[in-house]
Design a protein around this ligand. Structure first.
Ligand SMILES: [Zn+2]
Length: 207
């Protein structure tokens, strides 16, 4: 624990990012939530169209789901580190080759939040893997997915384009895999820009 953590724990006791109860200084989760997350089973599949393999560290449920919300809506950045740890520890080693690319946030949403959850997760994972981070994708249009009905999300895939040449082998990172429409749009743009292999890694997957 560094001095900043000690100072902040004296000012306000640390709270679990998932359940809000008190927890150990320097910890993101309380013991109970940490144990619950440890029992979540990763999901591995062929992935949505355009994706060679998709792997998610947990179903979008319980503590894992609470953590996605904490990162996305409460800007708890240590959560991105915890998510990256879990992906790094649990994802099969043969999936982890390639250059990390984060799914890009929609510009209006990025401006409003002031940070990019998928980008934070991608950066934290790239640091653990010792690989490069290639910000080669951008989102066009409004691209709002939250609050939109599932059928509409499938019917209106986000517009994503490559703004630089893509690495040949890509680890495409997002916090949640929902319909797969966003990952497919990213994969298409990456392949047009030179990608030959696209593996998607997400923290959770909606089933
Ligand atoms: Zn908790």
């Amino acid at each position: 624990m560094d001095l900043l953590q000690i100072a902040s724990s004296l000012l306000a006791p640390p709270l679990c990012a998932a359940c809000g109860r008190g927890c150990r200084a320097g910890a993101v989760l309380c013991t109970r939530c940490s144990r619950a997350l440890a029992t979540a089973t990763p999901i591995f599949s062929g992935g949505p169209h355009g994706i060679d393999r998709a792997w998610s560290s947990a179903p979008h449920d319980g503590v894992a789901r609470s953590l996605v919300g904490a990162l996305k809506f409460r800007r708890l950045l240590p959560v991105a580190e915890l998510m990256a740890d879990r992906i790094h520890w649990l994802a099969p080693g043969h999936l982890l080759g390639g250059v990390v690319v984060g799914v890009p946030a929609a510009p209006p949403r990025l401006r409003r939040r002031g940070f990019d959850p998928a980008g934070e997760l991608a950066a934290a994972l790239a640091a653990r893997l010792g690989t490069e981070l290639a910000p080669c994708l951008a989102r066009r249009g409004l691209g709002h997915q939250v609050g939109r009905r599932r059928a509409e999300r499938i019917g209106r895939p986000p517009q994503i384009e490559a703004i630089a040449e893509s690495p040949r082998s890509v680890l495409l990172i997002d916090d949640v895999l929902t319909t797969g429409a966003t990952l497919t749009s990213c994969a298409m743009a990456l392949r047009d820009a030179g990608a030959r292999r696209v593996v998607a890694l997400t923290f959770t997957r909606r089933l």
